[in-house]
Design a protein around this ligand. Structure first.
Ligand code: ATP
Ligand code: MG
Length: 274
């Protein structure tokens, strides 16, 4: 199963988000998906080690989705076993007054991964064409010109050595409600409760429309969007881990060789003289 091909949005194509697509699980059953996830997580860990040693490039993974779409769970399952020194997670919530005193990309640019690291965005600059649009936090002409800024920004990241992969975690209205209800019925999940989740869900068609526009306008060769069926958590983890692992292996970071001046030390000591 080629997840990259199956779920990547071709540049210029029009995305339609249908509820019926969210619980698909093409190409794997649960047992197989979980086994492959374990393999792919190892591949990510190994490639990240080489990326760090190489120290010249980075990977940015953007996660977007409605409330309870599973962004946190994805981070735990896909990146949990990778060396914490090599992964930078950044969550973007409501902007602070300091953040609002700057342009919307200011806080984002500060948190892109250092060279050698994987950066994971739990929400991102896309909020500035999603919730900001739906709630009308800025005039229409302001959010409408942001798609172009975002494409240029991501292009710059790519050109300067940061590969960008973007995942929309597609959860159906029904599954989203089921998960949100757990926050009010299961005491262990009560800490996640936020009344806004329910009010936002009542505007779901507006969010879907905003997502369809963002995914359609900002899936590019250099920073593709993927629509991941995410009603089944095991499938979501499996698909994302596979795409990330394949991408890292394609980047093929290399362990650097011993520098010239190291050779003299090797000559001096490696034959056991010390
Ligand atoms: P979960 O998916 O588990 O509900 P979450 O990502 O919603 O978690 P929260 O801290 O509950 O995490 O919510 C962050 C909130 O901040 C979201 O509602 C998001 O839409 C909002 N937000 C993010 N960026 C912006 C922005 N630029 N302007 C306004 N709101 C924003
Ligand atoms: Mg939330």
């Amino acid at each position: 199963m080629d997840f990259d091909n199956a779920f990547r949005i071709d540049p210029g194509s029009r995305v339609r988000l249908k509820d019926g697509d969210a619980d698909r699980s093409p190409g794997a059953d649960r047992a197989e998906g979980e086994r492959r996830l374990a393999e792919d997580v190892e591949r990510i860990r190994d490639a990240q080690h080489r990326l760090f040693a190489e120290g010249t490039r980075s990977l940015l993974v953007v996660l977007q989705g409605m409330d309870a779409a599973g962004k946190d769970g994805t981070i735990r399952h896909v990146f949990g076993p990778t060396n914490p020194q090599g992964v930078r997670v950044a969550a973007f919530g409501k902007p602070t007054s300091n953040e609002l005193a700057h342009d919307y990309l200011w806080r984002v640019h500060q948190r892109v991964p250092d060279r050698g690291h994987i950066g994971v965005f739990n929400r991102s600059h896309y909020e500035d064409v999603l919730i900001v649009r739906v709630l009308g936090l800025v005039p229409d002409e302001v959010w409408k010109r942001r798609y172009e800024h975002i494409n240029a920004f991501e292009r710059m990241l790519h050109d300067e050595g940061t590969a960008v992969l973007k995942f929309f975690l597609h959860v159906s209205a029904e599954e989203q409600l089921r998960r949100l209800l757990k926050r009010v019925t299961n005491p262990a999940k009560a800490w996640k409760y936020n009344a806004e989740d329910f009010t936002k869900r009542s505007r779901r068609p507006d969010y879907i429309e905003a997502y369809e526009d963002a995914l359609s306008r900002c899936s590019t060769e250099h920073a593709p969007w993927y629509v991941i069926p995410a009603d089944k958590k095991w499938y979501r983890n499996h698909a994302i881990a596979r795409i990330v692992a394949d991408r890292l292996e394609h980047m093929d970071p290399e362990l650097p060789p011993l520098p010239e001046d190291g050779h003299a030390w090797r000559e001096k000591f490696a034959n056991g003289d010390d």
